[in-house]
Design a protein around this ligand. Structure first.
Ligand code: ADP
Ligand code: ZN
Length: 300
């Protein structure tokens, strides 16, 4: 096991990352593929995987950490298939089948955020924590909520990024989620920010009032997560947060204000250590599918 290798694919809304890693989470190779139509993107990913499997004899598993919705129920005939999505062409595509075909190793599958959460637990700043949340604000809003050492889920994976939340008084912008309008993702994900501002996110000033609205929406979601699962720490990452670190103090302040002192805990008293960037930094995404692959070989 010590010398064995693992492969992973992080399927994102904007980009996909293929990873070859050691069993201990050291990344040996990483290749990026843009997310386009599945018939373009999946063969490109498959070609990278085939090349690695041809070159290396000791690859033990493939992990796939995917954007949602995706069927992660092993007992379901639709396991590995993307669900209803506004992404053109992706609805119903069997990504686990297409990518795993002919490799001869177990395929482990979960959401991108659950993968990232497990990577933080295995190799990052969530080591030793059984209860925490990994939140990403990027093309969408995703949450990997780990309770008792495992991500929550039932008939499917959780979709906390689509929860409904109270709005800032007087803000009536309808939101951009095609399913719910002003859910958290419809107010705070990258495409929502661009739609509201009417310009590229990188052109919005760091002190623009839009960030107060975005931070408020994220904090409302965290309010509900704190009250649901009392996570010991909340990791906050993704393209929007990474590019706009001024959101951290806004979110911390809005969360404290929203909770209104109701939850008394040392965690919330030290809010600067409670809501923090991922310990693995930019590696948290690529190591997500590797953590899924590692877990599958440990069980085998
Ligand atoms: P993915 O969600 O595909 O995994 P990321 O987490 O990198 O990818 O997030 C990509 C999102 O980050 C895009 O929706 C984009 O709008 C947003 N983004 C990129 N640059 C900035 C920026 N300077 N400010 C705010 N948001 C940004
Ligand atoms: Zn929604």
């Amino acid at each position: 096991m010590a010398n064995s290798l693992l492969t992973g694919v992080e399927l994102g809304g904007t980009k996909c990352v293929c990873v070859l890693a050691s069993g201990t989470g050291e990344i040996l190779a990483q290749e990026r593929v843009e997310t386009e139509a599945p018939e373009v993107t999946l063969p490109r990913i498959k070609a990278i995987l085939d090349r690695w499997f041809d070159a290396e004899a000791d690859i033990r598993a493939l992990g796939i950490a995917s954007f949602g919705p995706i069927d992660v129920d092993r007992a379901s005939p639709q396991w590995g298939h993307i669900g209803q999505t506004p992404k053109p062409g992706w609805t119903g595509v069997g990504v686990a089948q297409e990518l795993g075909q002919g490799l001869g190793v177990p395929v482990a599958l979960d959401t991108d955020v659950n993968g990232a959460a497990l990577a933080e637990m295995r190799w990052g700043a969530a080591a030793g924590l059984e209860d925490f949340a990994y939140v990403t604000i990027g093309t969408g809003v995703g949450v990997g909520l780990v309770v008792g050492g495992a991500p929550i889920g039932g008939f499917g994976h959780a979709e906390l990024g689509h929860m409904r939340i109270p709005r800032v008084a007087g803000d009536a912008w309808p939101g951009s989620c095609p399913y719910h309008g002003d859910c958290v993702e419809g107010l705070a994900a990258g495409p929502a920010i661009i739609a509201r501002a009417g310009k590229r996110a990188s052109l919005i000033a760091a002190d623009d009032p839009i960030w107060d609205l975005v931070g408020h929406a994220i904090a409302q979601m965290l309010h509900n997560i704190v009250l649901t699962a009392t996570p010991r720490r909340i990791f906050l990452g993704g393209g929007v947060i990474t590019a706009q670190p001024q959101l951290f103090p806004i979110i911390r302040r809005e969360l404290q204000a929203s909770l209104g002192g109701y939850v008394a805990s040392p965690e919330l008293d030290s809010i600067d250590e409670y809501i923090v960037p991922p310990g693995l930094g930019a590696l948290v995404g690529p190591l997500g599918p590797i953590a899924l692959a590692a877990a599958s070989t440990a069980q085998a």
